[in-house]
Each structure stands twice: as C-alpha cells, then as structure tokens.
Design a protein around this ligand. Sequence first.
Ligand code: GTP
Ligand code: MG
Length: 207
Amino acid sequence: MGENFLDIHYIGSYSDVKECPEYQSPEYCFIGRSNVGKSSIINYITGNREIARTSKKPGKTQSINLFKVNEEPTWYITDLPGYGFAQVSKSMRKKWSRLIDRYILHRANLTCTFLLIDIRHPMQENDRVFMNLLGEHRVPFTILFTKSDKLKQAELTQALDTYKQEILKEWETLPPVIVTSSVGETGREEILDYIHKTNAIFTKHIQ
Ligand code: GTP
Ligand code: MG
C-alpha cells in the first residue's frame, strides 16, 4: 500500500497528560482493553507497520505515545496503555486506568476517542464502565470493533447485533461503529474518512 502511507512522526512518550506538549490541531486517541489491537490499528491505518509497538502479550504500551500526521490540517494520534486485563498486575492496572482517565478528561485538543472492542468477546464490564465515563463527560467516541478476521461473516453479523442491543440498553442512540481488522486489512478507509471529515468540521469551526 505504498502510496497510502501517511507522513507520520513519533513525538514522544509521556507518563501523564500534563507532560504532553500542547497543540491546537485535532487529536484522536485509541483506547480499549489491553491486547485489543490499539497499536496494531495505528500501524495499519497509517501504513507504517513499525510506528507503534505491538506485542502478543498484553501490557505492551505503558505510556501516552504521541504521533503527528503531516497533512493539511495537521492532526495527532495517541496510543495509550490498555485497561482491565487480568494478566496485568493490579497496581499497573490502577496506574494505567488513572493515566487514561486523566488524558481523556484533560486533553484540550482531543477531538474523538476511538474505543476499541474485540468483536470475538461479549461486552465486558470495564468497556461498559468506560463508555459511561465518556458519556458522563460528553467525550465523543466511535467504536472500532477489532479482530473481525477471526469471525465468519454470520458470526460477525450476530456479534454486532448483540453488541448493538447491549449498548441500546443504556444509551438512547448508538455511537458510530466501524468494523476493522488490522490483519485482514479492513476498516482503514472508513477510519480515515471519519478523521478527515472531522478535521474539516474542526477547521471550519476555528476559522
Ligand atoms: P496493549 O498495548 O498491550 O494494551 O495492546 P494493544 O491493544 O496495543 O494490542 P496490540 O496492537 O499490541 O495487539 C495485540 C495482539 O493482537 C498482537 O498479537 C496483534 O498481532 C494481535 N492483533 C491486533 N489486531 C489484530 C487483528 O485485527 N486481527 C488479529 N487476528 N490479530 C490482531
Ligand atoms: Mg499497545
């Protein structure tokens, strides 16, 4: 996908939102349980397989990692640690959960949160809690279902349906949903379209 590479640069890793450099341009973060595929999807959509570090073992990303995408307008990507994975120690989980919550609540140029959910598993309690936190603080989010390559089409349709029903138990409307797979390479165009449309609205807004 040579011509599809985004001009992306790693800026740095930070252990708290207050250490992050401040920007005016839109920023998009990728959040979800450990191992859900946050770093992989960043590599996939930017066409740079190495920019975010990934691992088979949960708990790979341990800080706030900022990336800059050189386009007009410029935009930023944030890779974050995951929450709630049982194999990560309790103290680490607590630390990362605090780091994520503080980032979400205090990052001024955060434009949209991509909440990643592994489509193979039923709705998890910590995803439900996290969605409610976003709702409470009016942080806009879009759900990215990940690892869709692991399911057959009929299973995928069924899983999506079940999720929608679960979400509508607590929410009046569904958030935008994109089905993705960084292994099967699906969802990239939809995610980038969404980001570019949002950037256009953002730019119009500040002129
Ligand atoms: P932490 O940083 O530990 O929170 O994890 P993460 O959410 O960043 O996950 P990461 O991108 O490191 O991926 C975790 C594992 O899932 C790796 O082994 C990936 O290869 C695998 N993975 C990620 N996306 C997909 C996908 O779309 N399909 C499949 N089959 N595997 C995937
Ligand atoms: Mg990661």
